[in-house]
Design a binder for this molecule. Structure first.
Ligand code: MG
Length: 240
C-alpha cells in the first residue's frame, strides 16, 4: 500500500515499519572524485582477488561458478546464473567493485543489470545508469524497488564503480516477524548514497525464503546474473 501525504510518498508494509520518507525524484548527478578503490584491510576476508573465485559457488547447484574469470575480474557469462559466497554473514562491511559493459544494447533498456544482494535477500542494484533518466527505483545504488540513492554517483559503462556497504542484519521475533529491521549504509564511488537506511523487507520475491514474516539467519553475498556481462573485482568483507 502506498499513501500520498502532503507530497511525501510513504510506503506502508504489512508489518509496522517505522515511518521513513522516500523521495522518488531522480537523484542529482554527482561526479565522484578519484581513487575510490581500496585495498583490503588486514582483518578482511578477501572474497575475490582478481584470480581466485573459489569463495563463490553457483547459487542453486553449489558447483564452481560458471562466470568468466579473466583479466583480474569475474564476469557474468551467458546462462552463468547467480553466484553466492560459500560463507554466510551477519553484520559486515563489504567492498566490491563492478563494471557495466560498454556498448551493451538491451531490449528492455536496462544495460549493465546485476545486483549485490546482502544476505541473499536485500539488493543494492547494479546498473549502467550514469545518466539521469533512469527510474530512480532501480538505478545503480538503489535499494532495489524500495529507495533510490541520495545522489547518482555512477561512472560511465566500461569504467569501474565501487560500493562500500555497511550492513546491520535484522533480528526476528519468535513468530518470524522483524524485531529489528536490517539497516544499510552505502558509499558509491566514495559518495554517500544511503545513510543508515532501514530496509523494510526482502527486495524481490526471487530471493528465497522471502515472505514478509519469514525470519532468516546469516546469509551469503549473492551476485546476480541478469543477462548482462557485468564484471566484478576486488571484493572483500569485514565481519562486524
Ligand atoms: Mg539487479
Amino acid at each position: 500500500m502506498v499513501f500520498l501525504l502532503s507530497g511525501l510518498c510513504l510506503t506502508v508494509h504489512a508489518q509496522s515499519v517505522p515511518e521513513d520518507r522516500v523521495d522518488w525524484e531522480s537523484p542529482a548527478v554527482v561526479t565522484p572524485g578519484e581513487d575510490f578503490y581500496t585495498t583490503a584491510p588486514s582483518d578482511a576476508i578477501v572474497l575475490f582477488d582478481g584470480v581466485d573465485a573459489s569463495e563463490f559457488v553457483s547459487r542453486y547447484s553449489g558447483d564452481p561458478i560458471r562466470w568468466t574469470v579473466a583479466d583480474g575480474c569475474m564476469t557474468v557469462s551467458p546462462k552463468g546464473g547467480d553466484i553466492v559466497t560459500k560463507r554466510n554473514f551477519r553484520d559486515f562491511q563489504l567492498h566490491i567493485e563492478w563494471r557495466a559493459p560498454a556498448g551493451e544494447e538491451k531490449e528492455d533498456g536496462f544495460r549493465g543489470n546485476s545486483g549485490v544482494i546482502l544476505q541473499g535477500k536485500y539488493e543494492i542494484q547494479v546498473l549502467e545508469s550514469c545518466r539521469d533518466d533512469y527510474d530512480p527505483k532501480c538505478q545503480a545504488g538503489s535499494l532495489y524497488n524500495e529507495r533510490p540513492p541520495l545522489v547518482n554517483a555512477s561512472v560511465p559503462a566500461g569504467e569501474w564503480n565501487a560500493f562500500d556497504i555497511i550492513y546491520t542484519a535484522p533480528t526476528f521475533k519468535e513468530d518470524g516477524t522483524y524485531r529489528s529491521y536490517p539497516y544499510v549504509t552505502v558509499l558509491h564511488n566514495g559518495v554517500l548514497i544511503h545513510n543508515h537506511v532501514l530496509i523494510p523487507g526482502i527486495t524481490y520475491k526471487d530471493y528465497q525464503g522471502y515472505s514478509s514474516g519469514d525470519g532468516h539467519g546469516d546469509g551469503p553475498i549473492l551476485l546476480q546474473d541478469h543477462q548482462s556481462a557485468v564484471s566484478y573485482r576486488n571484493i572483500w568483507i569485514r565481519e562486524l
